[in-house]
Design a binder for this molecule. Structure first.
Ligand SMILES: [Zn+2]
Length: 356
C-alpha cells in the first residue's frame, strides 16, 4: 500500500475504512512519530512503560513522561484524534480548500474547535513551507490581496496587503509555489522575502518593476517588459494563475481573511498546490507535516504586521476583513476571554453569516 514511504488512502471510503476508531488513529500516529519504536524525546532511551490510564509513555531511564501528541500540533488536545485526522484529511484533499464551518459540520465538532484546529494545521503547513526554497526557473510577481480597485503599486495601494508570489517552472508547467506577505513593496522588503523563498543561483523572471533590480541582485534576474498591464498574464502566465486562484479561494471558501491570518491561508494554498500530484498520499503527508509542526498558532512568533492594517480605528481592510469571531478567538487564546459578552463564537458566526 506504500509508495515513497507514504500510505495511499483512496477517498472517503478508503479513509473511513482505514481509520474506523480512535485506536486505529493512535496506532497510525505512533507509527509515524516513532517508526522504529518509542524513543524518549529527552534522552533517546527506548525502554519505557506505557501508563494506560493516562495514555503516557514513561522513559525507564530518565522517567520523563511523553504523550503521543507532545511536540505535534495536536499537543494537549482535548479533541479526539479521529476528529483531528478528519480535519487533516479534508484540508489535504479538498482541492480549493475547506471552509471551517463546512469542516465543523462534516466532522461534527463546534465551529470554534474546528477553527483552532485548522489554524494549527495551517501553522504547520507554513512551517513546512519555509523548509523548501524555490529553485531553477522562478516566475515572481507581487500582488495585492483585498479590495476591488486595481490600485497603484509602489505607493501603497491603500488598504491592501502586498504579497510576493513565486512559482517554479518545470518544463512547460508550474512546479512548486511559495507566497509571502510583505510589509511594503520596497526593494529591501522584496529582497528579504525573495531570499526567504528562492534558492541562491536561481533564475528569476519578473516584470519591469524597478524595485526588483536591487532586490534580486543575488540571482540571475530576467525581466519581461509588460507594456499593457492587461497582457501581464501572457508574460508570466503561471504566477498570475496562482494569484488568481489564491484570491478566488480566499474570497470564495474562506469569505475573506484578516491580514494577520493571511500568511497562514497562503501557506495552506501553496502546500496543497505544490503537492497536487500526490493524490492519495496527501493525508499521510499532511500528518507528517503536523507531527513536525510545533504547537503554536500562525503569527505568534512572527514580527508584527501592524503596518498592514487599513483603517486605523478598526483595523479593517476592504476585502480582507476582520471577523468578530476571530478577534474573540484571539482574545480567548490569550486567556482573557470572559463570559461578559454573553454570546458564543458560534452564535456570532451565525449572526455574521445570517445562518440559523
Ligand atoms: Zn528518557
Amino acid at each position: 500500500m506504500r509508495s515513497g514511504g507514504y500510505e495511499q488512502i483512496k477517498g472517503f471510503l478508503g479513509f473511513t475504512k482505514r481509520f474506523p476508531d480512535e485506536q486505529s488513529c493512535r496506532d497510525f500516529l505512533f507509527e509515524r512519530r516513532w517508526p522504529n519504536g518509542f524513543a524518549c524525546p529527552a534522552c533517546g532511551g527506548v525502554e519505557h512503560y506505557f501508563i494506560r490510564t493516562r495514555e503516557l509513555f514513561e522513559c525507564k531511564y530518565c522517567k520523563r513522561q511523553t504523550s503521543l501528541t507532545a511536540g505535534t500540533v495536536m499537543e494537549k488536545t482535548r479533541t479526539s484524534l479521529k476528529a483531528w485526522f478528519w480535519m487533516m484529511f479534508l484540508m489535504a484533499n479538498m482541492k480549493t480548500g475547506v471552509s471551517v464551518l463546512g469542516a465543523a459540520r462534516l466532522i461534527g465538532i463546534s465551529y470554534k474547535r474546528a477553527w483552532f484546529m485548522a489554524q494549527k494545521v495551517r501553522s504547520a503547513m507554513a512551517e513546512r513551507d519555509e523548509d523548501y526554497l524555490l529553485d531553477g526557473i522562478v516566475e515572481l510577481d507581487e500582488s495585492y490581496f483585498g479590495g476591488k480597485r486595481p490600485g497603484k503599486r509602489g505607493r501603497g495601494a491603500a488598504g491592501k496587503v502586498p504579497v510576493l508570489v513565486g512559482v517554479t517552472i518545470r518544463g512547460k508547467g508550474p512546479g512548486v509555489a511559495a507566497m509571502r506577505v510583505l510589509d511594503s513593496v520596497s526593494a529591501a522588503e522584496l529582497k528579504r522575502a525573495s531570499e526567504e523563498m528562492i534558492k541562491p543561483g536561481s533564475t528569476v523572471m519578473t516584470d519591469g518593476f524597478l524595485a526588483y533590480n536591487p532586490a534580486l541582485s543575488g540571482y540571475t534576474h530576467k525581466t519581461k517588459v509588460i507594456h499593457d498591464p492587461k497582457n501581464a498574464s501572457s508574460k508570466l502566465p503561471w504566477v498570475h494563475i496562482m494569484i488568481a486562484n489564491a484570491k478566488g479561494t480566499i474570497r470564495g471558501v474562506h469569505h475573506g481573511v484578516t491580514p494577520k491570518n493571511l500568511q497562514g491561508y497562503l501557506s495552506e494554498f501553496c502546500w496543497r498546490f505544490s503537492r497536487r500530484n500526490f493524490n492519495g498520499e496527501l493525508f499521510d503527508r499532511l500528518l507528517y507535516t503536523c507531527i513536525r509542526g510545533k504547537p503554536h498558532l500562525v503569527g505568534t512568533r512572527r514580527r508584527s504586521r501592524s503596518t498592514l492594517t487599513g483603517d486605523r480605528e478598526t483595523g479593517a481592510v476592504p476585502g480582507v476583513y476582520r471577523c468578530y469571531n476571530m478577534n474573540m478567538l484571539a482574545v480567548q487564546a490569550k486567556g482573557i476571554y470572559g463570559a461578559s459578552r454573553g454570546r458564543s463564537i458560534d452564535e456570532v458566526f451565525r449572526m455574521r453569516h445570517r445562518l440559523q
